[in-house]
Design a protein around this ligand. Structure first.
Ligand SMILES: *Cc1c(COP(=O)(O)O)cnc(C)c1O
Length: 387
């Protein structure tokens, strides 16, 4: 029988060679600052514009809008805040419910909880690791009724107002089918594209399909601002509102301080945006390097007869976090133990949302693929290689 253990030293050797790091820690995803970062940060400091006003905020928003093709891009303090605001602007109320996947980072689910709404967890597809349109359709057809143009959950009696699919590890989910289903059931789509800057589905950038899409620039993402996020939308009205509500809803005036609603201080600073502009200049290069590494991993793991997750059909992935699908849970445990003991950082997929204390009472669809993946997926080092 094929033993994974016998391949460990080969895997470590391959990864260490790729990263030109014969010894010491190899992290999962390190940021790279090889562009104008220091120059732009110094500009902020020299001009004293370090906070929420300054030219880099607008420039960063423009760069993201241009790159993604979204009509509007609104900077936010982090990806979680961007999701929170998007859900609020979809009119998600405390008494509503919001569908998402159980296989996601906590931010997706927390943002739903911040609105007061209750999450519902649906299965993912094995090939995309993102929300499964088939599971979504079967959950909605078996569990909901349409009333007054809204979708109501037969079990809870609550309105299902929104759906948040996530493009896992940068691999686009079947977003076109999800949008079509949600449209039929009168459910708004907020795409959590936190992990998928630079990923395209049928040639269109992820995060631009739904009513809103959101990005994250946390330290471990494809580009980073230290911490940061972005709201994407093609709706002029909602774009304006998103800016207003993330910036304390201040009515523009030269000296008066008037605010016309209870809003949020979710602004991204000029300092963070300066970093973002410098990172955006390097994004095309980062994406080329990430794809090169993914191609090398694909060949290497094919040879070892280990399944490496490649981009799904119809899409181009940014390969944010590379993933292996091992044979079973014992293999996953032993791999995690060995690699981490040898200073090659690897990790399992996040603890499933429906297994966390705060969310264990939430309604779930069948989670067959989700649970299957949770026992097998491991992420391996994915930082951009600079050569
Ligand atoms: C990173 C991430 C976010 C946003 O996280 P922040 O740290 O708040 O920027 C949201 N959803 C997913 C799936 C993520 O991976």
């Amino acid at each position: 029988m094929f033993k994974l253990e016998s391949k460990y030293t080969e895997i470590i050797k391959f990864i260490r060679e790729k990263y030109n790091t014969p010894e010491g820690m190899i992290y999962l995803h390190e940021p790279r600052f090889n562009g104008n970062e220091k120059k732009y940060l110094n500009e902020c400091i020299d001009t004293t514009f370090v906070s929420s006003v300054g030219k880099f905020v607008t420039r960063f928003e423009e760069m993201i809008a241009e790159f993604t093709g979204a009509k509007h891009a609104i900077a936010a303090v982090n990806g979680t805040a961007a999701l929170h605001i998007s859900l609020l602007l979809c009119d998600v109320k405390p008494e509503d419910e919001v569908i998402t996947q159980a296989l996601t980072f906590i931010a997706t689910t927390n943002a739903i909880a911040y609105t007061g709404a209750k999450p519902i967890f649906i299965d993912v597809d094995k090939d995309t690791m993102g929300l499964s349109p088939k599971s979504l359709e079967s959950f909605l057809s078996e569990n909901t009724t349409q009333k007054n143009g809204f979708c109501f959950n037969n079990t809870s009696g609550k309105r299902i107002k929104s759906c948040v699919p996530m493009h896992t590890f940068g691999h686009p989910c079947r977003i076109d089918e999800i949008i079509a289903i949600c449209k039929r059931y009168n459910i708004d789509v907020v795409e959590d594209a936190a992990e998928s800057l630079g990923s395209y589905f049928k040639g269109q950038h992820t995060g631009t399909f739904g009513k809103f899409g959101t990005l994250s620039f946390n330290g471990n993402k494809t580009i980073t601002t230290g911490g940061g996020g972005m709201i994407l939308t093609n709706d002029d009205e909602l774009g304006k509102l998103a800016k207003h509500i993330t910036t304390t809803a201040k009515v523009p005036h030269r000296w008066e301080f008037v605010h016309d609603m209870t809003a949020y201080n979710y602004r991204l600073t000029n300092l963070a945006s300066a970093l973002g502009c410098a990172q955006m200049e390097q994004l095309p290069g980062f994406l080329i390097q990430k794809r090169k590494l993914a191609v090398a991993y694909t060949e290497f793991f094919n040879q070892l007869n280990i399944k490496f997750q490649t981009e799904p059909k119809n899409s181009s992935s940014n390969y944010w976090l590379n993933a292996l699908i091992l044979n079973d849970k014992p293999e996953q445990s032993s791999f995690l133990e060995y690699m981490n003991n040898h200073e090659v950082m690897v990790r399992p997929v996040w603890q499933l949302m429906n297994r966390l204390e705060m969310y264990k009472d939430c309604q779930c669809g069948s989670l067959e693929n989700t649970e299957w993946l949770a026992d097998r997926v491991v992420n391996i080092p994915s930082s951009v290689i600079i050569n």
